[in-house]
Design a protein around this ligand. Structure first.
Ligand SMILES: C[S@@+](CC[C@H](N)C(=O)[O-])C[C@H]1O[C@@H](n2cnc3c(N)ncnc32)[C@H](O)[C@@H]1O
Length: 283
């Protein structure tokens, strides 16, 4: 377990993942009935953008750094607000000092009776996450394998909610593990919303993943991919993939409004703009 999200926090992939996660949490919060948020690979919760890891890669500058520099169109402010309010505070130069990971974002958007379950296998990271979130009776942090935690937690008592699966992709079998976990999870809780993030680096692995999922006849899903300039001299992560199983009905429409703005804003202004795709799968 060498992966440290602090090197990547606030990059373009985090922005699209966290922004769309915030839209799903806002949607769940519109009905009075409580919901549950489950994060299988939670990380440390908040990331210091001035710290050695973030400074070494500077990835956040092409992500949240760019987003904060470009005033959003008035028509998108309400959609961006719940996410942007979790970022910050800003330092004297206007740059954010830290960046919220998925647990901190969710903690902000949970209501009094909503609950969250967070799994983080790395002992130090789990301890940091606990101290970042503080005492909060709505949440539980477990230092265990996220897939095992998920298997034991479904269906949640509330029968409403969202699961974020955001693994580090250090292991070669991460995609097959994801497929197995999703098949089992959807058998136990077919109506839950599942958000899965994956890197777009190896096209064959991504295609095999989506093919395996379509063979599994899972509930309806929405696939939202964001691609950076593929001619870049140092492409690194070529794109960010998000799969949302049982997406809220408003998600595709909201993503269709937000993604063009993200594409024109994120990344290196000297390079070709990002592009995005969205596919709905009905069965
Ligand atoms: C991509 S980061 C998570 C980022 C976080 N979801 C966010 O959006 O802020 C992946 C995290 O998973 C943790 N991890 C690695 N293997 C794990 C496992 N089997 N179960 C739970 N956590 C794991 C790593 O220590 C790392 O903190």
């Amino acid at each position: 377990m060498n992966y440290r999200h602090a090197f990547h926090a606030g990059n373009f992939a985090d922005v699209v993942k966290h922004l769309l996660l915030s839209r799903i949490l806002v949607y769940l919060g519109r009905k009075p009935a409580p919901f549950r948020y489950i994060d299988t690979h939670a990380g440390i919760g908040r990331y210091d953008l001035g710290g050695p890891e973030a400074s070494r890669t500077g990835e956040w500058q092409g992500g949240i750094g760019r987003l904060l520099r470009v005033p959003p169109p008035l028509s998108l402010r309400d959609l961006l607000d719940p996410y942007l309010k979790a970022v910050g505070p800003a330092g004297p130069d206007g740059h954010p000092l830290d960046y919220p990971g998925s647990p901190v974002l969710a903690q902000r958007l949970l209501r009094r009776d909503d609950r969250m379950l967070l799994a983080e296998l790395h002992p130090e990271d789990a301890a940091t996450l606990r101290s970042t979130l503080g005492r909060d009776k709505r949440l539980k942090v477990v230092e265990r394998d996220g897939y095992q935690v998920l298997a034991a937690a479904l269906p949640p008592p509330e029968r409403r909610g969202v699961v974020l699966i955001d693994p580090p992709f250090e292991e070669r079998d991460e995609f097959p593990r994801l497929v197995a976990a999703l098949k089992s999870a959807c058998r136990k809780w077919a109506t839950g919303t599942y958000v899965i993030w994956h890197p777009i680096k190896d096209d064959a692995a991504v295609s095999a993943f989506h093919h395996a999922l379509s063979e599994a006849a899972l509930p309806p899903s929405c696939r939202i991919d964001l691609f950076r300039d593929e001619t870049s001299a140092d492409p690194g992560l070529r794109g960010s993939g998000l799969l949302v199983i049982n997406p809220p009905y408003v998600l595709a429409e909201e993503a269709g409004l937000l993604l063009p703005f993200l594409c024109s804003t994120l990344g290196d202004p000297a390079e070709t703009p990002f592009r995005w795709t969205l596919y709905n799968r009905d069965t």
